[in-house]
Design a protein around this ligand. Structure first.
Ligand code: GLN
Length: 464
């Protein structure tokens, strides 16, 4: 058995071995043990955990993968980080992401892209001196790709990600691990740099559903710093046993878009048949407004981005240009220099949607569509307990394949199955179920009604 310091060193060694995958933005070389005592027991006693670099960490740079925050060192911890510390966790490092979490690949960060461990051959090169990655490696998925690779390579036991449209579930599926997005409002967003306030959820990447349950039990609950949070009554440390014969499963017909690969479809059918064999009722259901979800999300996302990014004016945070002849030119110079193309494009689009003459046509319409999508879910929960869908449409694409598409196209195919849950707020999890013919992991998504998080985890644990 390892003691805590040895365990930490072992994890640190792994971060060294996988350096070329670029999962970490910064690493905490020094082990700062948690003082455990009977009076001060902890659920995560000295367990190394990694944190996506859009959660504020006191004294540790929080870059959001952006030049804008390259040198930003927050003076406080995000509530979730604080809660992890209070339960004894140690932070091993901060993880790479798409700039301000805008993306589905972890390809768009000032720190460079994160590479997937699968098919990267890095595991075979570890004992040789030189680590060579194939030219066309697979993407890690995103935007929490760094967190997913950190977990998949065993540098830590779990990682925090954020999920606004699929950013935790997507890289989890591509990296062969578990990615859990809890119900909106059950986990505090205080100290998570906002992308879309009405959809952001601090999320968990872990190797097993059981680990994800433990971490969720630690980070969930009401926080006076985030007025959207609610109280959680019970927080079991492990998933409880369930009886699959009592569960009604729904298979949404609309989750068969063009681009869904044969292999993912087969994995989805396999999972449905596992439940069926165990006595669950499995039936096809309809979420009729699914096809509007991506456009609706994209309008709301860009509108919220436009207002959220206004704080980066070159004065309050981060990058500050050397000189400016006026306040306006200082703002303009800071934003022109320190924000990437994807971010700028979203700000522009968002401001366009929010123009007085467009507000009704786009923003208000999108809010109405969101309501229809929420209602779709509420309707199906009358007759099923869990929905099963793919997480992503395909296995992890190679970098060159992925970069043939622009950010918008990337997100609309990568987030197709994950993003409606963010509009509806419901909990969803990606569980790795099999490998593709190329030897890449495929994840399947399970979705439950709002606030049924522990039930969802219990069902997923049974499946796992
Ligand atoms: N891909 C989506 C976007 O870029 C979702 C990102 C996320 O969940 N953080 O907006």
């Amino acid at each position: 058995s390892l003691d805590a310091a040895e365990l930490y060193r072992a994890c640190l060694r792994r971060t060294e071995l996988i350096k070329d995958l670029n999962a970490f933005v910064s690493i905490q070389k020094e082990f700062r043990p948690h003082k455990w005592s009977k009076q001060n027991p902890s659920r995560l006693n000295n367990i190394p955990i990694a944190i996506k670099d859009n959660f504020c960490t006191k004294g540790i740079p929080t870059t959001c993968g952006s030049r804008m925050l390259k040198d930003f060192v927050p003076p406080y911890n995000a509530t979730v980080v604080e809660k992890l510390f209070n339960q004894g966790a140690v932070i091993i490092g901060k993880c790479n992401l798409d700039e301000f979490a805008m993306g589905s690949g972890t390809v768009d960060s000032i720190h460079g892209p994160t590479k997937n461990i699968w098919r990267s051959n890095i595991a075979y090169s570890v004992n040789n001196q030189e680590v060579k990655l194939p030219v066309d490696w697979r993407i890690a998925g995103g935007s929490s790709g760094g967190s997913a690779v950190a977990v998949a390579t065993g540098t830590c036991f779990a990682a925090l990600g954020s999920d606004t449209g699929g950013s935790a579930r997507n890289p989890a599926a591509h990296c062969g691990i578990v990615g859990f997005k809890p119900t909106y409002s059950t986990v505090s967003r205080h100290g998570l740099v906002p992308l879309v306030n009405s959809m952001d959820v601090p999320s968990i990447l872990a190797r097993t559903v059981s680990d994800a349950t433990t971490v969720y039990g630690v980070i969930c609950g009401r926080d006076p710093f985030d007025s959207t949070t609610v109280d959680i009554d019970i927080t079991p440390e492990k998933p409880y046993p369930i009886d699959p014969s009592q569960i009604r499963i729904g298979i949404p017909m609309e989750y068969h878009p063009s681009g869904l690969s044969e292999e993912v479809l087969a994995a989805w059918e396999m999972v449905a048949s596992i439940f069926e064999k165990a006595g669950s009722s499995v039936k096809k259901i309809s979420l009729p407004h699914t096809k509007y979800s991506i456009s609706c999300y994209s309008v709301l996302n860009q509108a919220e981005v436009a207002s959220n990014m206004a704080r980066y004016d070159g004065l309050k945070y981060g990058y500050r240009p050397n000189e400016g002849t006026s306040v306006e030119s200082l703002y303009a110079e800071a934003r022109a220099t320190a924000l990437g193309q994807v971010v700028k494009a979203r700000i522009l689009a968002g401001n366009y949607f929010l123009l007085q003459r467009n507000y009704k046509k786009y923003f208000e319409k999108a809010l109405k569509v969101r309501r229809l999508i929420v209602n779709d879910f509420l309707e199906v929960w009358k007759s099923v307990d869990i929905l099963i869908t793919p997480t992503t449409l395909t296995e992890a694409p190679s970098l060159s394949e992925f970069c043939k598409l622009d950010n918008r196209q990337q997100c609309s195919s990568e987030d197709y199955c994950t993003q409606p849950c963010n509009l509806a707020g419901c909990p969803a999890i990606s569980v790795p179920v099999r490998l593709s013919a190329n030897g890449l992991p495929i994840g399947i998504q399970l979705i439950a009604p709002n606030y049924k998080d522990f039930f969802l985890l219990a069902v997923s644990n049974w499946l796992e």
